[in-house]
Design a protein around this ligand. Structure first.
Ligand SMILES: *Cc1c(COP(=O)(O)O)cnc(C)c1O
Length: 383
């Protein structure tokens, strides 16, 4: 038996298959960062939070793009994410939000990553390591002002500054905390956290201070301090829930119609026969499903007829029946015929179906939706 190798494709693009297309609009991304940077003014640094592959949009390209737009400070969750970013951005400041992982000091040192130290134990470990090198090492200190997830207590803060040996060898260049309820402006915890953070700040007169994520930036200038840490707003998520979204959409998903059919009144569509046509209907089957991050909750059934919608030929069309692994069915009865053909593009998310709307139907938040878009997409970057 001979194995004759298939001829190598000259250019992969010529062989583009049917995978749904995820386009990241870098012009919108740059504009979002600039908008937030302008909002906080010159005395405040607008950093970039890009954990989890820049919220699913692609860390390398996002990092480079925003560096060239003017961003200099970047936050990721893990040392691995920091290492990948360091390869792209040799001169950026990179903080690791999940702190100093036990025994991994050398990785941080080798790649010039700054841990966000969150306990006296982490401080001690970083300090011992720094002293072994006989050079001061930079770090941020994270204080818990009410979220109770990460960070040291205000008492720990007092202890830390009260006994200087704690911080021996550590150059504290940032003091930070994180808001639990910034997306609920009226929540009493916001002002409590602000007050507690101010008390901590007094103890570290020489370090930069940072409290706010995207939504926190919209609680007022009191919340800006020296640095803000937006994530979701950069990627188009609404930082002012309930209000109109000042951010531009960044992630756009297009998928194709792969099949069209007439379904008689009274006949069901999809798995479980959970949605029955109430009229003679035209159904388009689209090549994107829950394997592409379209959560099953965005589908519809006779009991839950309000599913999410897609955008075809200038109109919205509802998802009809359950979401399959690789497909959704859409009721296109009201879409003009000229937009309905095999291969026609359908907007799953983007300028018309915004990420917040789709997340809402999936009973989740845009953060989780973007992070779970999955690996199957062909990704394109629009410059
Ligand atoms: C994720 C994260 C951010 C960014 O939050 P968004 O709501 O996406 O703007 C900021 N700070 C910390 C500590 C975070 O973990």
């Amino acid at each position: 038996m001979t194995h004759s190798a298939a001829p190598a494709p000259a250019r992969a693009a010529h062989y583009a298959g049917g995978a749904a297309k995820l386009t990241i609009d870098l012009t919108a991304l740059r504009s979002n960062w600039s908008y937030l940077n302008d909002k906080v003014g010159n005395s405040c640094t607008c950093a970039v939070v890009m954990k989890a592959n820049a919220y699913g949009t692609g860390a390398k390209v996002v990092g480079k793009t925003l560096y060239h737009t003017g961003a200099r400070v970047f936050f990721v969750a893990l040392p691995e994410e920091g290492i990948e970013l360091r390869k792209e951005l040799p001169h950026a400041e990179i903080y690791i939000l999940n702190g100093l992982f036990r025994g991994r000091e050398k990785i941080y040192y080798d790649f010039n990553l700054k841990p966000v130290l969150s306990s006296l134990e982490e401080i001690t470990e970083w300090s011992v390591f720094a002293q072994s090198l006989t050079e001061d090492l930079p770090a941020a200190l994270h204080f818990d002002t009410g979220m109770h997830r990460l960070g040291m207590s205000v008492e720990d803060a007092l202890k830390t500054v009260g006994s200087p040996h704690f911080l021996k060898g550590i150059a504290v260049d940032l003091v930070m905390s994180h808001l639990a309820c910034a997306d609920t402006p009226g929540h009493e915890l916001n002002i409590k956290q602000l007050d507690r953070f101010r008390r901590v700040c007094e103890l570290f007169p020489n370090a930069r201070k940072s409290l706010s994520n995207s939504a926190g930036m919209f609680l007022g200038a009191d919340y800006h301090f020296d640095m803000v840490r937006p994530g979701i707003a950069l990627y188009g998520g609404n930082p002012v829930p309930g209000g109109s979204n000042p951010m531009l959409p960044v992630a756009h998903i297009l998928a194709e119609i792969i099949s069209l059919r007439e379904v008689p009144q009274g006949d069901p569509v999809g798995y479980g026969a959970s949605r029955v046509a109430q009229r003679k209907s035209r159904i388009a089957t689209i090549s994107a499903g829950y394997a592409d991050g379209l959560h099953r909750l965005v589908g519809s059934s006779d009991d839950q007829p309000n599913g999410a919608r897609v955008y075809i030929g200038g109109r919205f069309a509802p998802i009809f029946g359950r979401v399959s692994m690789d497909m959704i069915a859409v009721d296109v009865t009201d879409i003009p015929q000229e937009h309905l053909s095999r291969g026609a593009p359908v907007e799953i998310m983007g300028a018309h179906v915004n990420v917040d709307e789709l997340a809402n139907f999936a009973q989740t938040i845009p953060y989780e939706l973007l992070c779970s878009l999955g690996a199957r997409y062909t990704r394109h970057y629009k410059r």
